[in-house]
Design a protein around this ligand. Structure first.
Ligand code: MD3
Ligand code: FE
Length: 254
């Protein structure tokens, strides 16, 4: 288990004896002289050390490293979805094959074909409903939205985007959803990408924001309809995902 190793190594470096206790790392009570028997949550301390928040602008917050603590469980859940609804390269209304491979889970999946973009309850490749959204995914999205002050976020769609080196997403707005008061939560996993965050018009100059494995971003309020995209990924490999980047975007489609 990669997470166990990371937690263990960090604790060993800090020179603290630890024990596994209720699924979390804690200081061993018997050597804890100065804390008076208080259970210090060492696991949370370690996680906090490599997570922080960055405000991009009003309505947009990056929670750096926020998904790291559950990376293994997240990847297992994503694998389960992909086994039921495989990643595929869809065709845009203009007839272009997307370089990003996609699938969805939840009540609604985002689809594109020659007839346009839409949310659909059925996977067009199988004719079946999309796989259920795993509870771990919806909880992560809800909790991240709350951390950015959007309470009660209940996503009913999770789009899974898979990038290989060279894949990109050109500047666009997300406006196929019904209620723009609802935020969008994105989770980046695997090799890094440079995210482009533009303005309210396509011509507006876009800021470049690097997104790494474990970063979670919440986009809402005045940021919700801003143009955005992803630059072509550079060749790289990630220890868990190889030469791939997976991005999850959680939405309330309708
Ligand atoms: C800012 N995906 O699927 S996620 C998309 O990395 C999409 O795969 C990108 O854009 C990706 O539509 C970016 C970050 C993101 C998602 C939605 C936004 C940023 C956003 C909506 C409004 C503003
Ligand atoms: Fe988008």
């Amino acid at each position: 288990m990669p997470m166990g190793n990371i937690a263990f190594n960090a604790a060993a470096t800090a020179g603290i004896s630890i024990d596994r206790h209720n699924g979390r790392w804690v200081r061993e009570p018997n050597i804890d002289s100065c804390m008076n028997g208080l259970d210090v949550d060492l696991f949370d301390e370690i996680e906090r050390g490599r997570t922080w928040r960055e405000d991009i602008c009003e309505g947009a917050v990056v929670l750096r490293g926020h998904a790291l603590a559950i990376e293994t469980e997240l990847l297992n859940a994503i694998e389960g979805v992909i086994a039921q609804a495989p990643l595929r390269h869809m065709t845009t209304p203009g007839g272009f094959r997307m370089s990003v491979a996609m699938t969805s889970c939840g009540r609604y999946g985002w689809v594109t074909d020659r007839s346009g973009y839409r949310y659909d309850t059925l996977d067009p490749d199988s004719g079946k409903p999309w796989p259920q959204m795993p509870g771990l995914l919806s909880s992560l999205a809800r909790e991240a939205a709350l951390a950015a002050d959007f309470s009660g976020f209940a996503p009913n769609s999770c789009l899974i985007n898979c990038y290989e080196p060279g894949a990109r997403m050109s500047l666009h707005q997300d406006k196929d959803e019904q209620d723009f008061q609802q935020p969008i939560v994105s989770v980046s996993l695997g090799i890094p990408a440079v995210f482009q965050f533009g303005g309210d018009r396509r011509e507006d100059k876009a800021a470049r924001i690097p997104l790494q494995h474990g970063d979670v971003v919440v986009w809402g309020g005045v940021a919700r309809l801003r143009y955005h995209g992803v630059l072509a990924l550079k060749p790289a490999t990630h220890p868990l995902l190889g030469a791939r980047r997976i991005n999850l975007t959680f939405r309330k489609a309708s």
